[in-house]
Design a protein around this ligand. Structure first.
Ligand code: DGJ
Length: 722
């Protein structure tokens, strides 16, 4: 049993394999937070009510409960708690925003409660969910807080439902699913910021007094901030110290706040925020929030990452559709928009010869799409480029012995398209204002179910009878002028959220309609690299930046919250690097951090490079299981240490794949000591690449790797226990 409700002590205790979470019900009405940390002997916690001036209180409870300083399971706006709030509700009959709910009851449910229309983690009936019901007699609303326990990976998820059981409409004005009051204020925050081509750049900083937020107001989780972040003890390292990880199972605009308070605590909030969100609830209506997740470990930052990896692999990702992940050859960096039936057929034949498994026809195959100014929305094959349609072309591709994948960007529309001529009102724009374009495109109103249905019908017609093995679903602009003519003025704050529900609806449909095709999502590279997308896509295109040195930083940052199995990595060809044996080797070693692919014009590659690529693919197959399902240990930070080093290890420590990738500032000569703490003492390991034998102690003390003054250098070791 992972959840225990004690009526005697008025405590609720949640346990995972290594962590414990405790709340208490104070005065029978306030759910207070008591503890989140390691599970085991000697754990101590107590309710504290520090006395502070300038803090309003309930006469009845006096100094024993100050809303302003109590550690709370959920925080409400405007009723004595001046810290950042999780829920702000407007009573539409009075205009009052003062929000308060009181505890009513708690029960434990078997399994999990599904979230209608939104992605959520999967769990079987052995999972338990705590349901905490709270009520507000003023508005008549009922709030249910859910805590689902993923004990195997030390993760607890949170989400809520709000039902208007009153007589008047109410409006949710701020929605944060996760609220955690940590009983300390000396913490570091690790977050991942960036831009297009530089996603998930690692930052670690001490949490200064005040409120620090990460967010997206872009209608997508974004390149600019990833929703995953961590808090840790300032002394915490990869393998030591207290660390917490937080994430959202959602792909749209979000807000996460970390706020210190006057009595030494830190409040953590994560959710939809208020900038791109409000939601009207008429009497009888229910709103269900997306899911947020958290994990804790006293064994360092790396362990929290591994918890998140396991959680994603076991509870988020769809099952692999093929026995092995296909090694793809993608047409984008080979031809950009300049593709047709002939070139793609030759491309496929050559891919098959070197041992690749799949050819992906990227942008440029549909409507009038000959460049990025036209065609989006017209999802039928370009008749000039595919004279006999897609069917016979795909058959020919498959005859060469490769699978076939195709690129789509369903959420977008170019003003220069047939679809725009027919439905200009389907492009998101603000009434009376000029339509803004980005990459010459506008965004389709996915909050309008008619648009989603149109796309389903259109894709059915185009792809219905075809043998497609893979869809690459792209998204190349963010949402501005957010407005939907299908909703009344008082519901316009719902558009961003409803847009995401429309996207998820179409993604679900695509998965169900094409059960044998795998989906890779993408948003100008890794602009929607989040757990929401991962629910429907086996892997995500990590970044449009395919320069390996830059990739070391992007991949390093990505591994904090997400497993390698989601991180699509391609070997590209910059300035003929593929023809240079040393460079090809470096590009490939960098790409071995996730499912492998290639992206260049193979028709122009010489035989030596082709032979090397065939060897790479064969070698990748040897390590694939370890890369996609092994446990990851980071050793060096490419932006600080001049190299990105890490290893994958299997469960019983019998196989270890160690990578050393020189990165930024990589031309200084230096000896790096790479310590493998998972190597077993007393065991002997053979490096199947270098041929040397090591004891477990040797590996634990550290393998020495000298950097190379010429840069662009990689080493790999594959240790197998004898
Ligand atoms: C952005 C993606 O990240 C690229 O890989 C490619 O698919 C282009 N879009 C195509 O327009």
């Amino acid at each position: 049993m992972s959840i225990k409700i004690s009526r005697k002590t008025n405590e609720i205790i949640i346990k995972t394999a290594n962590t414990m979470y405790v709340m208490g019900i104070k005065f029978g009405k306030f759910p207070v937070h008591l503890y989140y940390g390691r599970n085991g002997r000697g754990v101590k916690y107590e309710y504290k009510s520090p006395v502070t001036s300038f803090s309003p209180y309930f006469e009845e409870h006096g100094y024993d409960y100050f809303p302003d300083v109590a550690a709370s399971e959920f925080s409400f706006f405007g009723y004595g708690d001046f810290r950042a709030d999780a829920l702000r509700l407007r009573d539409m009959s009075t205009g009052s925003d003062t929000t308060m709910f009181y505890y009513k009851k708690a029960r434990v449910l078997k399994g999990r409660v599904d979230i209608p229309g939104l992605p959520c983690a999967e769990a079987d009936e052995n999972t338990e969910t705590l349901e905490l019901t709270m009520v507000d007699e003023v508005t008549g609303c009922e709030l249910k807080l859910y805590y689902t326990v993923f004990a195997d990976c030390d993760v607890i998820s949170r989400y809520f439902t709000l039902t208007n059981r009153g007589k008047n409409p109410v409006k949710i004005e701020k929605c944060m699913m996760l609220c955690l009051d940590i009983d300390k204020d000396d913490l570091d925050m690790i977050s991942f910021h960036g831009s297009h081509c530089f996603e998930r750049m690692y930052t670690r900083e001490h949490v200064a007094p005040g409120n620090r937020s990460i967010f997206s107001r872009r209608g997508a989780s974004s390149h600019q901030f990833n929703p995953f972040f961590m808090l840790c003890d300032p002394k915490a390292t990869e393998e030591r110290g207290d660390a917490y990880g937080f994430n959202l199972v959602y792909s749209g605009s979000f807000l996460s706040e970390v706020e210190t308070e006057q009595c030494g605590k830190t409040r953590v909030l994560s959710g939809l925020g208020s900038d791109n969100f409000s939601y009207l609830l008429e009497p009888g209506e229910t709103f269900t929030s997306p899911e947020a997740v958290m994990s804790y470990s006293n064994r360092g930052i790396g362990q929290v990452s591994r918890n998140m990896h396991k959680f994603t692999r076991n509870h988020i990702l769809p099952n692999d559709r093929f026995e092995k992940r296909p090694v793809v050859l993608n047409s984008w960096e080979a031809f950009w928009f300049d593709i047709d039936e002939d070139v793609m057929t030759r491309f496929a034949a050559e891919a098959a010869k070197v041992g690749m498994d799949m050819v992906v026809m990227d942008d440029g195959w549909f409507g009038g799409r000959i460049d990025d100014r036209r065609g989006l929305g017209d999802w039928w094959p370009n008749p000039d480029r595919f004279k006999n349609g897609l069917g016979s072309f795909i058959d020919n591709v498959k005859k060469s012995g490769v699978k076939f994948g195709i690129w789509i960007e369903p959420e977008m529309i170019n003003p220069d398209s047939q679809l725009f001529k027919e439905h200009p009102e389907w492009a998101i724009s603000a009434p009376g204002r000029e339509l803004l374009l980005s990459r010459s495109q506008a965004v389709l109103d996915m909050a309008n179910p008619e648009v989603v249905q149109y796309l389903k019908d259109r894709f059915e017609e185009t792809f219905g009878g075809l043998s497609i093995d893979y869809f690459k679903w792209d998204m190349n602009r963010h949402l501005s002028e957010v407005y939907s003519p299908t909703l009344p003025p008082e519901r316009q704050g719902e558009v961003s959220f409803r847009y995401m529900k429309g996207v998820y609806d179409l993604l679900r449909w695509l998965n169900e309609r094409f059960p044998n095709a795998m989906i890779e999502t993408c948003s100008g590279g890794g602009g929607r690299y989040d757990l929401g997308m991962m629910k429907y896509s086996t892997q995500i295109w990590t970044s449009d930046n395919t320069y390996p040195v830059a990739r070391t930083a992007i991949q390093y940052g990505s591994t904090f919250g997400y497993p390698a199995t989601t991180m699509s990595c391609h070997v590209a060809n910059h300035g003929d690097s593929v023809e240079n044996a040393r460079q090809l080797e470096y590009y490939y070693r960098v790409a071995l951090n996730g499912p492998l692919g290639y992206e260049f014009d193979i028709l122009k590659i010489g035989d030596t490079a082709k032979a090397a690529i065939s060897k790479q693919i064969a070698e990748y197959r040897e390590y694939e299981e370890l890369i996609l399902r092994g446990e990851l240990y980071r050793l060096q930070n490419p932006m600080k240490d001049g190299a990105y080093s890490y290893y994958f290890v299997n469960e019983d420590n019998s196989e270890i794949l160690l990578s050393y990738l020189q990165a930024f500032g990589d031309k200084k000569e230096k000896t790096n000591k790479l310590k493998i703490s998972r190597a077993e003492t007393g065991a002997t390991y053979i490096d199947t690449i270098g041929g040397n034998t090591y004891t477990g102690e040797d590996l634990r003390r550290g393998i020495e790797v000298k950097s190379d003054k010429d840069g662009g250098y990689a080493r790999m070791f594959h240790f197998v226990k004898e």
